[in-house]
Design a protein around this ligand. Structure first.
Ligand code: ZN
Ligand code: ZN
Length: 278
């Protein structure tokens, strides 16, 4: 079954995200629990949370995902920033456990000059401080490798998975993988990428796909998402990803732009059209 959704706004109350998602044709979706560019974390009040749970129980919409704040950096060598990042992630997990959100998605972060080994060690020790990963699962997302970000290949992601003493999963972002050098636009490139995933983390660890096309070319290490099929991965590339037997049952969440060309609804429609029936 095709699970497809987008990132939706929680403005006016977190429970409103459900109606927005359904209006757009989603059967899964992602939200920010608070402004992603702020450390201020106003946990939705009891009334809002209750309404959210009620909506969630009455709808076949899953999984529900929180995307962590952009300020979070678990790989940083700065102790203060790392502490803040761990706390912020813990708050997301605690809230998610309370209202039944399935996944909290985080970027591993950037080592900012301390080196990849140190960066990855910091990610691992940070994740090991997070409590309550039972109902809600933490997902680490692959990065495009821009700047000093870590987690841009599956070997690094595997190291994180192997060395944490928590059970965590992975989000595969197709734009990030592409600009990090995995040629998802070609048939052989997609097969090679899936092979590498199977040889490292295993396909079953991928709980979510951030289905994004890329404005930038292969190996550019840039993180600019494009509408489905209109970027460098292209229509054929997207069609192969959406229908691949090893990927097609993983939920797809789009983080595509909203501009004059297209909005969320059109991109969701595009995914549905590209999906082969039967
Ligand atoms: Zn993403
Ligand atoms: Zn991105």
């Amino acid at each position: 079954m095709l699970r497809v959704g987008v990132h939706v706004s929680i403005s006016g109350g977190i429970y409103r995200s459900f109606d927005r998602a359904k209006d757009l044709g989603c059967n899964c979706f992602q939200i920010f629990s608070h402004s992603p560019r702020s450390w201020k974390f106003n946990i939705p009040d009891k009334k809002d949370s209750k309404r959210f749970v009620k909506k969630s129980n009455g709808n076949d919409v899953e999984p529900l995902v929180i995307h962590g704040s952009y300020l979070v950096n678990l790989a940083t060598p700065k102790d203060g920033l790392r502490e803040k990042s761990i706390k912020s992630t813990q708050k997301e997990i605690d809230f998610s456990n309370k209202v039944g959100i399935d996944y909290v998605n985080i970027h591993p972060g950037a080592h900012t000059g301390s080196g990849e080994t140190q960066g990855i060690n910091n990610v691992i020790s940070s994740i090991n401080q997070i409590q309550g990963l039972d109902e809600t699962e933490l997902l680490v997302e692959n990065t495009s490798g821009s700047g000093t970000t870590v987690g841009y290949n599956f070997k690094q992601i595997k190291e994180i998975l192997d060395r944490v003493d928590r059970d965590i999963g992975v989000t595969l972002d197709t734009c990030h993988a592409y600009t990090a050098g995995y040629d998802l636009g070609s048939k052989s490139g997609l097969e090679k990428t899936i092979e590498e995933i199977e040889e490292t983390i295993g396909i079953d660890k991928i709980k979510l796909i951030h289905l994004n096309d890329s404005k930038n070319p292969l190996n550019s290490n840039k993180d600019h998402h494009e509408h489905i099929g209109l970027g460098k991965i292209g229509v054929k590339g997207m069609e192969r990803i959406i229908n691949h037997p090893k990927l097609k049952d993983i939920p797809f969440i789009l983080e595509t732009p909203i501009d004059d060309q297209r909005g969320d609804e059109e991109n969701i429609e595009t995914v549905k059209k590209l999906r082969n029936k039967g």
